[in-house]
Write a protein that binds this ligand. Structure first.
Ligand SMILES: [Zn+2]
Length: 99
């Protein structure tokens, strides 16, 4: 049962992240806070967040960037990659999709 704390923490991260996503239009401030809490939990428990969550945080300004709302996502080819641009600081980062 060593990992049960981590499992509970992961569940909380998922719930917070989903709440943040659903609040992003109506209450962006709350969404930002919920995402920050999710991030803090992941750091406290040293949980590696799944890509769909980790890619929703800007690597530069560390803000929560809701996919398609506060960030622009483009698919690139050669190499096949996802390019995510933060709409707060315009930082673009690339994730190579290995096949
Ligand atoms: Zn940014």
């Amino acid at each position: 049962m060593k990992n049960s704390k981590k499992q509970i923490a992961m569940k909380r991260i998922e719930i917070l992240f989903n709440n943040a996503l659903s609040n992003v239009n109506n209450n962006p401030g709350l969404a930002q806070r919920q995402a920050e809490i999710a991030k803090k939990i992941s750091m406290k428990f040293k949980i590696k967040m799944p890509f769909e969550i980790s890619s929703s945080f800007c690597k530069k300004c560390k803000k929560f960037i809701a996919p398609g709302i506060a960030s622009k996502i483009r698919i690139g080819s050669k190499p096949k990659s996802i390019r995510i641009t933060c709409s707060y600081c315009n930082h673009t980062y690339r994730k190579i999709i290995s096949q």
